[in-house]
Design a protein around this ligand. Sequence first.
Ligand code: NJP
Length: 223
Amino acid sequence: STKTILITGASSGIGAATARLAVEKGWQVGLFARSEEKLNALVEELGDKATALPGDVTDFDSVKAAMDSFVSKVGGIDAVYANAGTGLSAPGTDAGDPDEWENMVNVNILGVLWTVKAAMPHLKARKGHLLLTGSAAGRRHIAGSVYGASKWFVHGYGGNLSEEMKEFGGRCTVIAPGMVDTPFFDEPKPDKLQPEDIANAVFHALDADPRCAVNEIFLMPTQ
Ligand code: NJP
């Protein structure tokens, strides 16, 4: 039967590239993000295998409603990709902007928690697969990065979830990319990773034999 995946942060960059690859592979895809207009444009491009699910990851009820509405349309969820995230170059010292810190905590930490909580009943029902977008900055120490610290949370949480999800035969993968050429940056980055590279990594984890848990994928641009 047709596999299904719900992707957060699907309106651009890595999320949109993963949605395109999923549709190419015949999956039903739920596209979650705030910009309804961008999601509708993507559905227009991808056709009836895609469903726009506008919402905000910082609001648990919004994520839960989207999961429930996707399930009532496609029957269940095999995979959830918690990919929505925001990066601001906020210094971690007293020079940091408290509003930027709060926004990163809300989207990158709480947003992932709410997504996982809303996803879990559906993933349990199908021995499903959870994927999280972490970061190379969530695996190494770099200067000026409350962003990196929020991604260290994602790696810690995802690793623990890999253990907890064994209880029901589920799997969890954290993807740790270095710099990817997406609207995350104002300038194009043609030499860096492309969003399709991350989409391929997502499907490497999803397509792995059930005996194989791909817990973490670290990808860096060669340049
Ligand atoms: O960036 P971008 P990426 N509720 O800006 C959505 C991580 N990462 O693809 O809500 C729901 O194109 C936003 O949609 P909208 C990064 O930290 C990147 O590069 O409509 N959705 C958009 O679809 C992030 O976790 C690099 O504005 C919300 C998406 O998130 C992930 O990769 C390196 C939202 C962001 O797409 C995807 O980022 C790395 C909310 N409250 C990790 N707030 C890199 N690009 O170099 C935002 O290590 N979104």
